[in-house]
Ligand binder design. Structure first.
Ligand code: GDP
Ligand code: MG
Ligand code: ZN
Length: 287
């Protein structure tokens, strides 16, 4: 027997695979366990049955994969930020550029919106005006219809720091009771309660809950390609004097000009410089 399925959950070496509308438990071929990146949630796999047990025999080619959260074959990433913990926008920008690199649609979701102070939400919305932006509250159940608009018919993953409310959002739309956790009082950084990635059918699509993280080191990102994954820069890059302009110290740069004129968010540009330096540094150590 051979069947195709989708990995919906991985816990230690146990894989849950959805095949023909059923969930089955499977193990993986030994060679697939050698590399931790060879099977992930969202993967399409070939299942075979061996002496009554299911085994993942092969992983089918991925449409895309995100580095963090490490998931495969998603249509969009719901990048969740909130008033608390304080948004790490470098992290947000790295997730966004990872999305653009992989052909995943980034959507910004501002959770805990009932806590926002005047103007806060507008500031984010302005800085990220090139992305769909949805204000929600898992607690007050606000914005869930708009969220549904981004999820219905798609496979999406929740992404972002710990404690922004990713699991709470799923709980709110699914009436589930998955484990969530408060911010740790001292460090206000949020603990990691979600310890595995799992796909849930929700809002007319499939939603992956993922583990939060606070660091993303961009691997396999050539520094001179970085600018292509800044879709909001592209229209201004047309005005750059030099075709190979990286928008750093080159004269006659259309991107820097747009920042100066207040058309492009200065914070977003400064973080670009920071991320560029980080990526260029990594590159130096690679060769
Ligand atoms: N005030 C408020 N708190 C929320 C909201 N959504 C989640 N939280 C709280 O934020 C904390 C972290 O939530 P959790 O879902 O575990 O975050 P995750 O790590 O991103 O999955 C919990 O204490 C939640 O009760 C919201 O809309 N408003
Ligand atoms: Mg969680
Ligand atoms: Zn330029």
């Amino acid at each position: 027997m051979k069947a195709e399925g989708i990995v919906t959950k991985i816990l230690s070496n146990k894989y849950t695979v959805s095949a023909d509308g059923e969930y089955v438990e499977a193990s993986a071929r030994g060679r697939l366990k050698l590399n931790p990146r060879s099977v992930t949630v969202g993967d399409r796999v070939e299942l075979i049955s061996e002496s009554g047990a299911f085994v993942i025999n092969k992983v089918l080619p991925r449409k895309n994969e995100l580095q963090r959260p490490f998931v495969a074959n998603v249509d969009s990433a719901l990048i969740v930020i909130a008033k608390e913990p304080k948004p790490d926008l470098v992290l947000v920008d790295k997730i966004i550029l990872n999305c653009f690199k992989e052909g995943v649609k980034p959507v910004l979701v501002y959770n805990k919106c009932e806590l926002q102070e005047k103007g806060e939400l507008e500031n984010f919305k302005r800085a990220y005006s090139f992305l769909p932006f949805i204000a929600v509250s898992a607690k007050e159940r606000l914005g869930l219809k708009e969220l549904e608009g981004e999820v219905a018919g798609k496979t999406v993953c929740l992404a972002g720091q710990s404690a922004v409310g990713k699991t709470s959002l799923l709980n709110a739309v699914l009436s589930l009771d998955l484990k969530t956790d408060g911010l740790s009082k001292k460090i206000k950084r949020g603990k990691n309660t979600t310890r595995h990635v799992e796909i849930y059918p929700a809002l007319g699509g499939n939603v992956m809950d993922t583990c939060g993280f606070s660091m993303l080191t961009l691997v396999n990102m050539p520094s001179d390609e970085l600018k292509y994954y800044y879709e909001d820069f592209l229209q201004f890059a047309d005005n750059c004097k030099y075709t190979g302009c990286r928008h750093i110290s080159e004269p006659g740069c259309g991107v820097k000009d747009a920042v100066r004129k207040g058309i492009l968010d200065p914070g977003r540009y400064e973080r670009y410089l920071q991320i560029y330096n980080e990526v260029a540094d990594l590159e130096k150590h690679r060769y």
